[in-house]
Design a protein around this ligand. Structure first.
Ligand code: M6R
Length: 365
């Protein structure tokens, strides 16, 4: 069942090009069509004036990426919230808000209860993004998009996350199209970006030996800091979650601009700092945040794009992911942080697929 792989997590990381290709197949065939989300979608999605996304754990980080896309591409206000918080909050239901739940398993109790809570508050436009067919959450939702990642066995979510991102990008572009915000030219470009995504992810997977070389050092540390900005900040959060989940190293993620508001005090020679630094409009800002870390002796481990300029120097290690892939860059930048957590766990000898204290589907509160 594992084939050439040592763990399900490693297998699932490497299955991502296929999982993504399978998930976007129908999108490439149909374009950004509401029919992708179910029979009722053409009438329901056309009414949407805002989006509220609810999820837990890694699925919540997928939601956090989607917020940038939904605002930027569809020009709709978008809120994201951890399901276990939302379900106990007396939120005000705005009219025509689409409530999106994201769940790999479709059985996460808090996400299910958050959906029911939203329905009790009066929300009736509900959409589930889910990997397991006919599970509880999609059954309770009016619209559904199934990711086609295949069974995910490892407790640490990997291919479910990147396929959720592909689904959410599709949702953002579909809403944009319905609202008249997507020209034929931009739609063609986005479809092209999606078509190239499995290949870019494969390029990132080919970096495994380089990432593995960093893992030895990480395995000897007690703490790690992850930095990102903008749409890549949730990827820093995801990298920190993967690391703590399977290596038990304490890891935190910050939007890099927050460094000097507190976490910079933690930085010394013992603190490896991982930076997600794609070649986008925020790169200059990230670069100056990196200098703040270096000035305090922090060792930097940077995931940069092939086409960005800065090189390695003392205390600054760089791995280059493929040439900047534009709007889908967060998907590609996820791969190296997954690999870093995986190889650090191997170096520490922890149980990669079944980390202590955790379950694959959290069906209790
Ligand atoms: O099945 P779900 O997507 O609803 O699960 C949500 C979280 O429990 C899950 O993503 C968890 O955080 C993972 N173990 C992270 O790797």
């Amino acid at each position: 069942e594992l084939g050439p792989y040592s763990h399900f997590m490693q297998k699932e990381i490497h299955e991502q090009p296929k999982a993504l290709a399978d998930t976007i197949e129908q999108v490439l065939e149909q374009g950004f069509s509401p029919a992708l989300f179910g029979a009722e979608a053409a009438s329901l999605l056309g009414k949407v004036e805002g989006v509220q996304i609810l999820a837990c754990g890694t699925s919540y980080y997928a939601a956090s990426v989607a917020r940038y896309w939904i605002e930027q591409i569809a020009r709709l206000p978008c809120q994201v919230e951890i399901a276990s918080e939302y379900r106990y909050r007396d939120a005000v239901a705005l009219p025509n808000q689409l409530v999106v739940t994201i769940s790999q398993s479709g059985e996460t109790l808090d996400t299910m209860e958050a959906l029911k809570h939203a329905q009790q508050l009066g929300h009736d436009l509900t959409l589930s993004i889910c990997n397991v067919r006919e599970s509880a959450i999609p059954r309770a939702s009016r619209l559904v998009f199934y990711t086609r990642a295949g069974a995910e066995i490892g407790v640490a979510s990997t291919k479910a996350f990147t396929t959720q991102l592909a689904a959410l990008f599709t949702l953002a572009a579909t809403l944009a199209k319905l609202r008249g915000h997507l020209s034929a030219e931009v739609e063609a470009n986005y479809l092209d970006d999606l078509r190239k995504l499995p290949g870019s992810v494969q390029h990132a997977l080919n970096l495994e030996p380089q990432v593995k070389a960093w893992a030895e050092l990480f395995s000897t540390r007690q703490h790690a800091l992850f930095l990102g900005r903008g749409v890549h900040y949730p990827i820093a959060l995801e990298g920190a979650l993967k690391l703590k989940e399977i290596t038990y190293i304490h890891a935190e993620a910050y939007p890099a601009g927050e460094l000097k508001h507190g976490p910079l005090a933690l930085v010394d020679e013992q603190m490896p700092v991982v930076v997600i630094a794609p070649n986008d409009s925020l790169l200059e800002k990230v670069h100056s945040n990196m200098q703040e870390v270096r000035a305090r002796g922090g060792e930097l481990f940077v995931f940069a794009d092939l086409d960005s300029h800065f090189g390695e120097s003392d205390g600054l290690h760089v791995i280059r992911t493929p040439r900047h892939v534009g709007v889908l860059s967060p998907v590609v930048h996820t791969i190296p942080v997954q690999l870093l957590a995986y190889h650090t766990a191997l170096a520490r000898g922890t149980d990669v697929d079944k980390p202590r204290n955790l379950a694959k589907a959290v069906t209790v509160e």
